[in-house]
Design a protein around this ligand. Sequence first.
Ligand code: UDP
Ligand code: MG
Length: 334
Amino acid sequence: MDLISITQKRFESAITLSVIVPYFNESQVLPSLHSRLTAVLDSLPERCEIIYVDDGSSDDSLQVVEGFQSSSSIVRSLSLSRNFGKESAMSAGLEYSRGEAVVLIDADLQDPPELIAQMLEKWREGYDVVNMQRRERHGETWFKRQSAAIYYRLLNTLVKSDIPENVGDFRLLSRRVVDHINRMPERNRYMKGIFSWPGFKQCILQFDRDARFSGETKWNYFKLLGLAMDGITSFSIRPLRLATIFGSVIAAGSLFYGLFIVAQTMFWGNAVTGYPSLMVVQLAIGGIQLLCIGLLGEYIGRIFIEAKQRPLFLVQSVKEKPAVMIFDQMEKRA
Ligand code: UDP
Ligand code: MG
């Protein structure tokens, strides 16, 4: 091994904390985020890196991030070739991360960077996943809060796993969990499920989620509904089971009703009545059948997407200081 790669190796094993920030058109917030984040990281004894993942922003966010690199050598800037969605951006960050502990944080300052110190504390105690649970949802509408509550209830009954309620993507993962997640092959990155699937020692810290610092959320209700659907269908086949049960109940009911009608006709004769009941039964069964076909379609769609095996994201550029330089600077700081 030559000197550079030895230093590189030494450097890689020296990184303790990676902070991953996926962002999409956040140029207004990024400077405040960066100054708060570096203030926190500078106060930590750990060697850190910040991985900014540009999810195909169309504003000047990427230039803003690359500007940070002149004053801070711990900044690595990753840029995806287009907008792949936050899940893919996070996956990219996880793949490039080198730290023994990895923190995922939103760019919009809804997740306070100051909490990273507490999260690391838990990690040092031996936890592999530190979930950050929202105590209050500031700046969110009543409707959003209610729909979120109902959704979690539904998700946890259907998926029957331990997806903690009101925990977003803000969390700390240990290296071994990150390695397992990086090996998970699915294209459908429903991160809430993916983060809790590996298990290991998990804990929950509560925090107050702030309102967005500026800009708009990129989620609308239509997208959220899609995400909700993804969550259920990518982590559970219970809806299919429910459809089977539902179908069996209806089939059994129809059988008895059918027998009843036959008996009624044989013993009492049948004047042509029953148009309303006929219509109701017809429509109800038709509706249920369509629903179940739709449900099947959801799963088949997912099989189709998985079968294509396309990459999760494409990286357009990586800008980072050579490892040796960062190492030097860190040595000086330490
Ligand atoms: N984000 C991203 N790609 C997208 C949409 C969002 O990387 O396609 C980032 C966004 O810049 C922010 C984080 O994901 O850092 C959370 O997004 P947002 O605030 O819109 O979601 P919310 O907080 O409302 O769940
Ligand atoms: Mg946000």
